[in-house]
Design a protein around this ligand. Structure first.
Ligand SMILES: [Zn+2]
Length: 289
């Protein structure tokens, strides 16, 4: 090493010099200073925790992406080549955009009431103002989704948005009375088990009620458009076809759930349900900052 040679040279030259101790001290100080400077300059800087999806992830990029090293301990791999950073998300917090509410993960705060607002889109007018509303956090993207649908030629209405625990109990009791408890449990949720109580989910049906709350909506051009484009606005089809055993609910092509654009895109690309993704997300410790 160059610095070591310099040190030896200086040392041999000044061994018999009366000032050798002073020279040695100065040399040592210089070496330590250079070492500290190099260490500081080469240390990685901690950026803010954020959600990241590989911008170029796609069906043909798996091989390339799989070779990338994990950026940090908070990275979650949804499938090879498709990673998200769980960051500071808490999937048990009903105010968190990534919250999981299901039959096996009911709301921990049964009295939770989000801030809500009318989103300014076409709504089912015979519902209460409360049920025509969504969480304030998703108003803008709800408007963007409906506007994009109109541009594409589809006339949707928001048929059921926020539901209080009391309203959810009323719906559930009515369905049980009509169809029996076993059947009701496949398409209706008990209070505390419905995403509608978070203000992050709503039912989106055609204004003319074609295939209203019917799985045939998914076969219509409008339903196909919704399934193909919702993620661009931060929404997912929460209860997909063929995933009934995982979500606990029948296929509901009208029930959309907001999770934010990054996770929505990741779920769309991976084909995973929110239930499956949250299992992976929860297995990784949240970032601390
Ligand atoms: Zn719904």
């Amino acid at each position: 090493m160059f610095m070591a040679r310099v040190l030896v040279y200086i040392y041999t030259k000044v061994m018999k010099n009366s000032k050798k101790i002073i020279v040695l001290i100065i040399t040592a100080v210089v070496i330590v200073t250079v070492g500290v400077a190099v260490f500081v300059l080469r240390s990685p800087k901690d950026g803010p925790a954020r959600v990241v999806t590989n911008p170029d992830s796609g069906p043909n990029n798996d091989a390339n992406n799989a070779q990338r090293p994990a950026a940090s301990s908070t990275v979650v791999t949804l499938r090879p080549g498709l990673v998200i950073d769980r960051g500071v998300h808490d999937t048990s917090n009903p105010a968190d955009l990534w919250v999981l509410v299901s039959k096996t993960r009911p709301l921990t705060d049964t009295g939770y009431t989000p801030a809500i607002a009318l989103p300014g889109v076409k709504v089912r007018t015979d519902k209460s103002k409360e049920e025509q509303s969504v969480g304030t956090a998703i108003v803008a993207d709800t408007q963007a989704l409906f506007a994009a649908a109109v541009t594409a030629g589809y006339d949707f209405m928001l048929s059921s948005g926020y539901r209080s625990s009391t309203l959810q109990q009323t719906y559930y009791s009515n369905y049980v009375a009509q169809s029996g408890e076993q059947a009701a449990n496949k398409f209706s949720a008990k209070p505390g088990q419905s995403e509608h109580q978070t203000g992050l989910a709503f039912d989106m049906n055609l204004a003319d009620k074609q295939c209203y709350l019917d799985t045939c909506l998914g076969d219509l051009p409008a339903g196909k458009w919704l399934a193909a484009h919702a993620h661009a606005y931060g929404f997912i089809i929460r209860y997909p076809l063929g995933k009934e055993d995982i979500t606990g609910y029948q296929y509901e092509p009208w029930h959309v759930r907001y999770v934010g654009a990054e996770l929505a895109k990741a779920l769309y690309e991976s084909g995973l349900t929110l239930d499956e993704a949250v299992a992976l997300i929860d297995a990784v410790p949240a970032a601390t900052r």
